[in-house]
Design a protein around this ligand. Structure first.
Ligand code: SF4
Length: 399
């Protein structure tokens, strides 16, 4: 089923602009907020637990806070959760949310169950400015960064939908145990808001997700990656997708600014700076038929990563409109994986999940009120090609 985003254009109710939204405030910011009201800092802990552990957004129900303060909070503040426009459930248990974020925009968030593990793929921006050639989000252009409210709001919404936000936690067999910042957007281009939301995900007074279960994935914004270690010790994934700069420049254009050697050096510094040893960087490599799936690419990757502590996640490309890349063949996929394994790497293949609800990797689209006009250009290019009787957009293949 494809995402029906027409509902995004319906009337938007975005809360009271005069009130401060407490949803995305980290412990430190919330403590400062209460101190500015002449209140004690521990009020922050109380509110965090009500909101992020018990799912309570109405101050009137926060019964361990004095009535006078509850009434004052109701006057000046709110806990405003982004609105879910639609929710889809795949036959394989994957759940996708379409979430309204104002201005005609909507983002997508996907929950992927896998045994005991429940991974939530969270978006960090409305669209993306980076335009990776194999990515549906990139083709939609860019509108704006998400706020920390909107980022942590995705976790709240998913956890609430599984009954996780109540005394004693989830009763059912599904629960958010892991978060990956791999949805729409480049997280490091929205640094402050992403870091604040990550603090909430990992904080004991909130979701308490372990640092080994929260992963930030970047396509390679090196200056921001160099800052990251000062603010978090979460896991790191690198969207690599190519074993050399010539090919990566085409697939991941930010590579022209921050080439592979700089990116891997920065990633290595991050991982080696973490207090606990033996952490590995996850390398994401989307395999595209006849583009980056050849034997020589696998050998080149083996050589490239030989001094970096990594595990490799191979992702078969998921075709979507506006792209003429094709899915890798099973033979090429297994051959590529075997070369990596034979060289001593842990190399897994990401199973496609949520295909029937367009929730697979690289397919997240949402609704972007594109400020870059990129989506319009792609659609015009495609229409022009169709008018010539050709339904294929030419892509330069790297030899
Ligand atoms: S792969 Fe990531 S960084 Fe690249 S366009 Fe898509 S969302 Fe942006």
């Amino acid at each position: 089923m494809s995402s029906d985003v027409s509902a995004v254009d319906a009337v938007e109710i975005v809360g009271d602009a005069a009130k401060v939204n407490l949803l995305g405030m980290s412990q430190g910011r919330l403590e400062a907020f209460f101190e500015s009201l002449g209140e004690k800092k521990f009020r922050a802990t109380q509110v965090l637990k009500w909101v992020h552990q018990l799912g309570v957004t109405d101050f009137a129900q926060m019964t361990n806070i004095s009535k006078a303060l509850r009434e004052r909070l109701a006057d000046i503040a709110e806990v405003r959760i982004p609105e879910v426009i639609e929710q889809w459930d795949s036959t394989d248990g994957t759940r996708k949310f379409l979430i309204r974020v104002g201005g005609g925009n909507a983002i997508e968030t996907v929950f992927i169950p896998d045994g005991e593990r429940g991974t939530l793929c969270v978006s960090s921006q409305v669209g993306c400015s980076l335009d990776c050639s194999f990515c549906a989000t990139g083709k939609q252009g860019f509108n704006r960064d998400l706020t920390s409210d909107e980022i942590i709001g995705q976790v709240w919404i998913a956890a609430k939908s599984f009954g996780q936000l109540q005394e004693g936690g989830a009763r059912g067999d599904r629960k958010v145990t892991n978060v990956v910042l791999m949805g729409m957007g480049e997280p490091l281009l929205n640094f402050e808001n992403v870091v604040e939301a990550m603090h909430l995900m990992m904080h004991d007074n909130c979701y308490g997700i372990s640092k080994r279960r929260v992963t930030l994935s970047t396509s390679g914004v090196v200056p921001q990656l160099d800052r990251l270690g000062k603010y978090t010790d979460a896991c790191l994934a690198i969207s690599l997708h190519a074993p050399n700069d010539e090919l990566r420049n085409q697939l991941v254009p930010i590579n022209k600014k921050y080439p592979i050697a700089q990116l891997l050096a920065s990633a290595k510094r991050y991982i080696e700076g973490l207090p606990d040893a033996h952490r590995k960087i996850t390398i994401e490599y989307t395999l595209i038929d006849q583009v980056n799936d050849r034997i020589e690419h696998a050998h080149e990757l083996v050589e490239l990563l030989k001094d970096v502590p990594v595990k490799i996640n191979l992702i078969p490309f998921n075709p979507f409109g506006l792209s003429n890349y094709k899915k890798v063949s099973n033979n090429a996929l297994r051959r590529f994986q075997q070369i990596l394994i034979d060289a001593g790497y842990t190399a897994t293949v990401r199973t496609t999940r949520g295909d029937d609800i367009d929730a697979a990797c690289g397919q997240l689209a949402g609704q972007v009120n594109d400020r870059t006009k990129r989506s319009q250009r792609y659609k015009l290019d495609q229409a022009a090609l169709l008018a010539t009787g050709n339904d294929i957009i030419p892509v330069k293949m790297v030899q």
